[in-house]
Design a protein around this ligand. Structure first.
Ligand SMILES: Nc1ncnc2c1ncn2[C@@H]1O[C@H](COP(=O)(O)OP(=O)(O)OP(=O)(O)O)[C@@H](O)[C@H]1O
Length: 877
C-alpha cells in the first residue's frame, strides 16, 4: 500500500531525526533508509518538518486537482479558515479571485462546515456526561484509532468541519461536482483518501500549481479592480459567524461551544501539541482525569499545521483575527449557503479501531540484540538517544520489532569507523611503503588521464619532482615530449594491457607496462603503470650494481649480539644478498617486518642488521616469546603500575615494549605467543599505545616491530592457533631466510669465517682438506648456521690435527644422515665415484626402512646377496 508520506531514496542520510520526532514510532529504518510505515502513521507530518534533507515527500494530489480543472465544468474550492495566515496574507477577495482565475466556479469557506459542526457539538454536549473528545483534528482521530482504541468510545462521532463542508457542497451543487479543499494540514489529505470527487491540497500547493495554471504572485500584486469580475457572484444573506472563522486558533472549538476558553477542571479542557495530547490521553486511560469535553488539536492550532509551521505564530494568529474583525477588504460575496440545506445534512461518522500490536521481546532477546553493538552490562547502555530512541533498551525492542536496525547505534558506529579508519590509514602507510620501496617505477593514472600517484623509483627515473607530476595529464606530458609515447594514454584508449618503450626528455628509455583496472561494473577506473629503466637493465657495468657489489663485499659490523659468535653477517649467496638489499631499503621506514625460516638460519642476525641500518633507532630490545613463562609474559611485555598485583614492585616497572620506544622491538618465536597475548599485542600495534598492568593512562610508543618464527604461521592461522588479524599486521614486509643447505655458496664463506675466528680465539692453526670441505658442503645442515658455528668451534677446540680431512669431520657430525650425505652434484666427478655415492645413499635409506637384508633387497630391486656385498663394501659390515 502506498502511504501518504514516502522517503525519497538516497536523500535519507541516516540522521534519525524522523525516528526521534515521530510520536508513535511509525518510522522503520531498513537498508539505511528511514521509511514511514503507513499503517502505523497518524499523518501528523512531524517527519516531513524535521527532515533537513527534504527526504520525506507527501503524496502529490496536484495532478488530480489539475485533471478536475481540465475535465469538469463543475468544480468548486473549499478554503480553510486559516487562509489569512498563509504567505503574503491575501484577503478573502484575493483568494477567491485567484482560485477563480485557476478555473474554480465557486469558493466556499470551510468556516461554513465549522458552523455546522459547532452546532452539532453543542447538541451532543447538552446530553453527554462522560468524556467527549473532539474529532475535528484527523491526527487525533488516527492516534486514538491506532494507539488508544480503548478511548474510541469517547471520540465524538461528528465529522470534521472540512468533511461537513464537503457533504454540504455535494448536496447544494449536485453529485457531479468536483471539490478541491485547501488548508494547512497533511492529515486532511489522508481523511479524504479513496474519494474520487475530492482532493485536499495545501495552500502552498495551490499557490504554486505549476506553469500554465494561473499565477498566485500576479494576484498578490494585481489591483482589486482588475480582479473584481472574477469574484463570486452569488448573493448570500450572511457570512459564517466569527467563532467558526476562529476555529483554526488554539481552543477555537471550546470557545465556540462555551464562549470561554480552557475552563478545566470544571469539565471542559483544551489541549494542543503532541506531548500534552499524549499526556491527556494517558491520564484519561488511567482514570486520573475525567473531563466532560476535550477540544484536542495535535498541532498548536491549525494555524500551526505543517504548511504554516514555519511562520511566526503570533503573526498568523493576528492575521486570522484581522480577517474576523474585517481589518482588510473582505467584502466579497460568498458562495451560496442555505441553512435549511445545511440543517438536513447528517454529520455523523463511525470510527473503527485500527490497533496493531507489535511483538514484545523477552529480556534475553533484548540483551542478545544489545550484545551485537558491544553492550554487555547496564553501564554499556549510554541512552544517548542518537538512534532516535530514548534508551538503548527501547531501541533493542524496536530492532526486535523490525522497526530499527542493529547498526543504528552511533557510539558503536563511531567506534567501528574509527578502527576501520585506523586500519585504512595503516594499510595506506604500508601500501605507500611497499610502493616507494619497489625498485620498479610505479604510476597510477585516473580514468581521465591524470597522474594520481607515483613512487620514488619513478621520480628518480624520469627526473621530475612529485609536485610536477601529480594531477598532470599523461597526454600533456606526451605532447610536450617529456615522456613519450605515453603507455598510460594508450591503455586508457584501448582498455587493455600494453607494454612499450617510453622516452624521456633527458633521453632515458623506459620499459613501461600499463595495466587497466576495472570496477565491478566493468568500467575503467585507473591505469597502473610499471616502469623499468631499460638502460640500467641492459648495462652490465651499471653504477648501481657496482655500488651494490661493493657494499655487500664490505658488509657492516654487527654488535650487541648475545650469542657473541659473530661480528659480521656473512653472505655470498644471491638469495642472502637480495635479503640484505631489502633490509637496507626498509631500514628508513617503520614498517613491521616478519622474518621466517628454519631455526638457526640467522633470523635474529637479519633483524639486528635492519636495526643497525635504521638511522636514529635507539635500543634493540629482543623478547623470546617461547622463553618467558606464560604467566610472566604480560607483565614482562607491558610492565605494571605500582601495586598492580601482589608481589609487584612498589615502584612499578616499564615493560619491554616500552623499553623499545624509539628503537626496535624484536619478538622472536612469535608463533609461541599465547592467543590472549596476541590480542593485546595487536591492540598495541594498532594504537601504538600501551597501558601498563594496573594502569589507566595509555603511554604512546614509537617502535619498529620485527617478528620472527620458524613456524608456519599461515598454517597456524588456519588451525586457529594464531590470530589472522595479527598475522596480517605482522606480515607487512615478509622476509624468508632460506635454510643453509639451499644456499651452498654461503657454507664455505661461513666455514672460513668461523674457522679464522675460533683459531684466533683459541690460538690454533687448523686447515680443512678439500674432501672435508666437500663433505661439509654436501651436508644438509638441519641446524643451519648455528650448527655450523658450533661444529667449527668444537673442531677447533678439540681437534689435535692441523689438517682436518673428511674422516675427522665425520666424527664431529653426529647426525647419522651425514654419514650418507645427500647427493649433491655441484661439480664434475669421476663416474665410478658418483655411482658409489648414489649406491651408498640408497643402501642407507633402504636400511632405515627394512628390517633385514631381504627387506632391503626387495626395496632396492636386487638380490639379497648383492645387498650383503655392497653393505660390506661401503660400510664394512
Ligand atoms: N649470515 C650469518 N653470518 C654470520 N653469522 C650468522 C649468520 N647467520 C646466522 N649466524 C649465526 O648463527 C647463529 C644463529 O643465528 P640466529 O640466532 O640469528 O638464527 P635464528 O634463525 O634466529 O635462530 P632461531 O630459530 O633459534 O631463532 C648465531 O650465532 C648467528 O650469529
Amino acid at each position: 500500500m502506498v502511504g501518504l508520506i514516502e522517503t525519497i531514496k538516497d536523500r535519507c542520510h541516516e540522521c534519525y531525526a524522523c525516528v526521534r520526532n515521530c510520536p508513535v514510532k511509525a518510522v522503520r529504518v531498513k537498508n539505511r533508509q528511514a521509511e514511514v510505515i503507513s499503517d502505523r502513521c497518524i499523518h501528523c507530518g512531524n517527519c516531513v518538518l524535521v527532515c533537513s534533507q527534504g527526504a520525506k515527500k507527501v503524496r502529490d494530489f496536484k495532478e488530480i486537482a489539475k485533471q478536475f480543472l481540465q475535465d469538469n465544468d463543475k468544480i468548486v474550492a473549499g478554503l480553510a479558515p486559516s487562509f489569512p495566515s498563509y504567505g503574503n496574507q491575501l484577503s478573502l477577495d484575493d483568494w477567491v479571485s485567484y482560485l477563480k482565475s485557476l478555473g474554480f466556479n465557486r469558493v466556499y469557506e470551510v468556516a461554513w462546515g465549522a458552523e455546522m459542526v459547532i452546532k452539532e457539538y453543542k447538541k451532543i454536549l447538552k446530553k453527554a456526561t462522560g468524556p467527549v473528545i473532539s474529532s475535528a483534528c484527523p491526527v487525533i482521530v488516527n492516534l486514538i484509532k491506532k494507539y488508544y482504541p480503548d478511548l474510541l468510545t469517547y471520540l465524538a462521532t461528528i465529522v470534521s468541519p472540512m468533511k461537513a463542508l464537503y457533504r454540504y457542497i455535494k448536496k447544494i451543487e449536485g453529485n457531479d461536482v468536483k471539490v478541491v479543499l485547501i488548508g494547512p494540514c497533511l492529515a486532511k489529505k489522508g481523511e479524504f483518501e479513496g474519494y474520487e470527487d475530492v482532493v485536499v491540497l495545501t495552500f502552498s500547493e495551490i499557490a504554486e500549481p505549476g506553469q500554465n495554471s494561473g499565477d498566485y504572485q500576479k494576484i498578490i500584486t494585481a489591483s482589486k479592480q482588475e480582479v473584481t469580475d472574477r469574484r463570486n457572484t452569488d448573493t448570500i444573506k450572511r457570512e459564517p459567524d466569527d467563532e467558526s472563522r476562529a476555529l483554526p486558533l488554539a481552543g477555537g472549538l471550546i470557545r465556540a461551544i462555551t464562549g470561554k476558553c480552557n475552563i478545566f477542571p470544571e469539565g471542559y479542557n483544551q489541549v494542543e501539541g503532541r506531548e500534552k495530547v499524549i499526556d491527556l490521553l494517558n491520564s484519561i486511560r488511567n482514570g486520573e482525569i475525567k473531563p466532560r469535553f476535550v477540544d484536542a488539536l495535535f498541532c498548536e492550532g491549525c494555524i500551526n499545521g505543517v504548511d504554516l509551521y514555519h511562520e511566526n505564530y503570533f503573526k498568523k494568529e493576528k492575521a486570522v483575527f484581522n480577517f474576523i474583525n474585517r481589518a482588510k477588504d473582505n467584502n466579497v460575496a460568498q458562495a451560496k449557503y442555505s441553512e435549511t440545506v445545511a440543517s438536513r445534512i447528517s454529520l455523523k461518522v463511525k470510527f473503527k479501531e485500527d490497533y496493531r500490536e507489535l511483538a514484545s521481546p523477552g529480556e534475553e532477546e533484548i540483551w542478545s540484540i544489545l550484545n551485537q553493538t558491544n553492550k554487555f552490562t547496564e553501564e554499556d547502555l549510554l541512552d544517548c538517544g542518537a538512534c532516535g530512541y530514548a534508551t538503548c533498551w527501547d531501541k533493542a525492542i524496536a530492532v526486535y520489532q523490525g522497526l530499527a536496525e542493529v547498526e543504528m547505534c552511533l557510539p558503536y558506529l563511531i567506534n567501528e569507523k574509527r578502527s576501520e579508519l585506523k586500519e585504512i590509514q595503516i594499510l595506506n602507510k604500508e601500501m605507500d611503503t611497499l610502493i616507494n620501496f619497489s625498485c620498479d617505477g610505479l604510476v597510477m593514472v585516473s580514468k581521465d588521464g591524470r597522474i594520481e600517484r607515483v613512487n620514488h623509483s619513478y621520480l628518480n627515473m624520469v627526473g621530475f619532482k612529485r609536485q610536477d607530476l601529480i594531477g598532470k595529464r599523461v597526454e600533456e606530458l606526451e605532447k610536450e615530449r617529456y615522456i613519450y609515447p605515453s603507455v598510460a594514454s594508450l591503455a586508457l584508449k584501448e582498455k587493455r594491457n600494453i607494454t612499450l618503450v617510453e622516452n624521456t626528455s633527458d633521453k632515458k628509455r623506459l620499459l613501461a607496462t600499463a595495466n587497466p583496472v576495472f570496477n565491478e561494473n566493468g568500467d575503467l577506473e585507473w591505469v597502473v603503470v610499471n616502469v623499468r629503466n631499460l638502460d640500467l637493465i641492459n648495462d652490465e657495468k651499471d653504477k648501481e650494481k657496482e655500488k651494490l657489489k661493493k657494499y655487500l663485499d664490505n658488509a657492516p659490523q654487527l654488535d650487541n649480539n648475545p650469542e657473541g659468535n659473530t661480528g659480521h653477517i656473512i653472505v655470498s649467496s644471491d638469495e642472502m644478498k637480495n635479503i640484505l638489499m631489502t633490509c637496507r631499503k626498509i631500514a628508513g621506514t617503520d614498517s613491521t617486518v616478519l622474518i621466517t625460516g628454519e631455526s638457526g638460519v640467522g633470523k635474529e642476525v637479519v633483524a639486528r642488521y635492519i636495526h643497525e641500518q635504521s638511522p636514529g633507532r635507539q635500543e634493540f630490545v629482543k623478547i623470546n616469546c617461547a622463553a618467558i613463562p606464560e604467566s610472566l609474559l604480560e607483565s614482562e611485555l607491558f610492565g605494571y603500575e605500582t601495586g598492580a598485583f601482589s608481589g609487584a614492585k612498589r615502584a612499578g616497572k616499564p615493560g619491554l615494549i616500552e623499553k623499545a620506544d624509539r628503537g626496535t622491538l624484536f619478538l622472536d618465536e612469535i608463533g609461541e605467543m599465547p592467543l590472549n597475548m596476541q590480542a593485546k599485542l595487536l591492540q598495541v600495534l594498532q594504537e601504538r599505545k600501551l597501558t601498563r598492568i594496573g594502569g589507566v593512562k595509555p603511554v604512546k610508543i614509537d617502535f619498529r616491530l620485527i617478528a620472527a618464527t620458524n613456524r608456519d604461521l599461515r598454517q597456524m592461522v588456519r588451525q586457529k592457533y594464531f590470530r589472522q588479524d595479527l598475522f596480517y599486521r605482522l606480515n607487512v614486509v615478509p622476509l624468508y631466510i632460506p635454510p643453509l643447505r639451499k644456499r651452498p655458496e654461503d657454507i664455505l664463506s661461513l666455514i672460513k669465517y668461523f674457522l679464522d675466528q675460533y683459531c684466533e680465539k683459541y690460538n690454533k692453526q687448523i686447515k680443512l682438506t678439500r674432501d672435508a670441505e666437500e663433505l661439509l658442503l654436501s651436508y644438509s645442515w638441519p641446524g643451519n648456521v648455528r650448527e655450523l658455528t658450533n661444529l667449527i668451534e668444537r673442531l677447533v677446540v678439540t681437534c689435535e690435527e692441523s689438517f682436518v680431512d673428511r674422516n675427522i669431520i665425520i666424527e664431529y657430525i653426529d647426525n647419522p644422515e651425514v654419514k650418507t650425505p645427500e647427493i649433491l652434484i655441484n661439480k664434475i666427478m669421476p663416474l665410478p665415484e658418483a655411482v658409489a655415492r648414489v649406491e651408498k645413499k640408497l643402501l642407507s635409506m633402504a636400511r632405515s626402512k627394512g628390517n633385514s637384508t631381504y627387506d632391503m633387497a626387495k626395496l632396492l630391486g636386487v638380490n639379497q646377496s648383492t645387498v650383503v656385498r655392497k653393505l660390506h663394501k661401503y660400510f664394512k659390515q
